[in-house]
Design a protein around this ligand. Structure first.
Ligand code: ASP
Ligand code: MG
Length: 411
């Protein structure tokens, strides 16, 4: 008998029929004698609908009120799932984040979990009741409803698994696991049986949308055993999904590259002709960080004639705001010559722990792109990944040729 946390995403909860289907799956696990905590997302499209409605009423909705509103999506699905379970004879009880209580800080729309109270959940589990918890939400110290950022139910699931010391956290979604790349771009992509936690962390941060990055960080920190599975597979046809492991599989020859990740959601900014002296990087990026803009890749060229060029990338959604800040405040302040921006770029990355012990991955990647005439605009590396920024129009081509070059295509 194990304690299992299952998380079902919006697609899995997308209709009455699908919710009944989730209920049957939960009932099967329960019938095997396991204790179950089920974390759910809102029905697919619901959070978008709520946000759009708020913006219709108020162009810049108040963050506290927005949280009060968007958290309702999950309040609906916890109740529906509890009803569906009771209908098939399984005792279940739903909880909002506040009822659990999932304590967070007060950063509305992207709050961080500080503590999870397990008393109510344990009491129910001891009685054999299935506990159903609203994902994506919590409460702050004074009882304000908070939300954890888009895709935050993954983090709720993993955090609950950590708090309860669960044996496994199963993330049910509309794909049957983690793939070597997005099968919509490369039909030859393969499902990975296992992927290391480090690789998953890179893939999530590099744009693979299977898991919210914070959930992977959480799993790493608390050593939660995490598995990604499909909720759409029929009874008897279920596969075991992808297991996110903490160690490299010693019995198996590790592939050098496990996956090709990409992110279209990027934009590049360059400050031209900045004086080449101490403090400049800080003067450029300090104000950007203060405005909560995430900076990803950073490149500073070798100076010549006392000046240098400084480039970095941000989320595309922050492009206009960042460019404006650079032009209006930062350029005059540091005495730079000009600011350039390009929001038609993307980032393509090769990820694999095998890179540590195999030289030549970078040169193979660059040669492959060169053979297709794809110009590389920026490069960054870590121990287990190499990322390049290229023109957005080459995204599909770059992903496809790299997937093949690193031997990831299905036989
Ligand atoms: N419903 C929320 C969203 O759409 C949280 C989640 O689904 O993980 O972002
Ligand atoms: Mg999701």
């Amino acid at each position: 008998m194990a304690l299992i946390v299952q998380k079902y995403g919006g697609t899995s909860m997308g209709s009455a029929e699908r919710i009944r289907n989730v209920a049957r799956r939960v009932a099967r696990w329960k019938a095997q004698g396991h204790h179950l905590v089920v974390v759910v997302s809102a029905m697919s499209g619901e959070t978008n609908r709520l946000i759009a409605l708020a913006k219709d009423v108020s162009p810049q909705p108040d963050a506290r009120e927005l949280d009060v509103m968007v958290s309702t999506g999950e309040q609906v699905t916890i109740a529906l799932l509890a009803m569906a379970l009771k209908d098939i004879g399984v005792d279940a009880r739903s909880y909002t984040g506040g009822q659990v209580k999932v304590l967070t800080d007060s950063t509305h729309t992207k709050a961080r979990i500080l503590h999870i109270d397990d008393v109510n959940m344990r009491r129910d589990l001891d009685r054999g009741t299935v506990v159903i918890v609203a994902g994506f939400q919590g409460v702050d110290e004074v009882g304000n409803i908070t939300t954890l950022g888009r895709g935050g139910s993954d983090t709720s699931g993993v955090a609950l698994a950590a708090a309860l010391g669960a044996d496994e956290c199963q993330i049910y979604t509309d794909v049957d696991g983690v793939y070597t790349t997005d099968p919509r771009i490369v039909p030859e992509a393969r499902k990975l049986e296992r992927v290391t936690f480090e690789e998953m962390l890179e893939m999530a941060s590099l744009g693979s949308k299977v898991l919210q990055i914070r959930s992977v960080e959480f799993a790493g920190k608390y050593k939660v055993k995490l598995r990604v599975l499909s909720s759409l597979e029929e009874e008897g046809q279920e596969t075991s999904g992808t297991l996110i492991t903490f160690e490299e599989d010693k019995n198996m020859e590790q592939p050098i590259i496990s996956g090709i990740a990409f992110n279209r959601d990027e934009a590049k900014l360059t400050v031209l002709g900045v004086p080449d002296r101490p403090g400049i990087a800080y003067q450029i990026l300090g104000p950007i960080a203060e405005n909560n803009i995430d900076v990803d890749m950073i490149i500073q060229n070798v100076g010549h004639d006392g000046t240098t060029d400084f480039s970095f990338t941000v989320n595309r959604g922050d492009f206009v705001r960042t460019k404006k800040m650079l032009e209006e405040q930062i350029q005059p302040h540091v005495g730079a010559r000009a600011v350039e921006g390009d929001n038609k770029i993307c980032k393509v990355s090769a990820v694999g722990v095998g890179m540590r012990s195999h030289p030549g991955v970078a040169s193979k990647m660059f040669r492959t792109l060169a053979e297709e005439g794809i110009n590389i605009q920026m490069i960054s590396t870590s121990e287990i990944k190499i990322s390049v920024v290229v023109d957005e129009k080459y995204l599909e081509l770059a992903v496809r040729v790299l997937h093949r070059a690193f031997g990831l295509d299905q036989a």
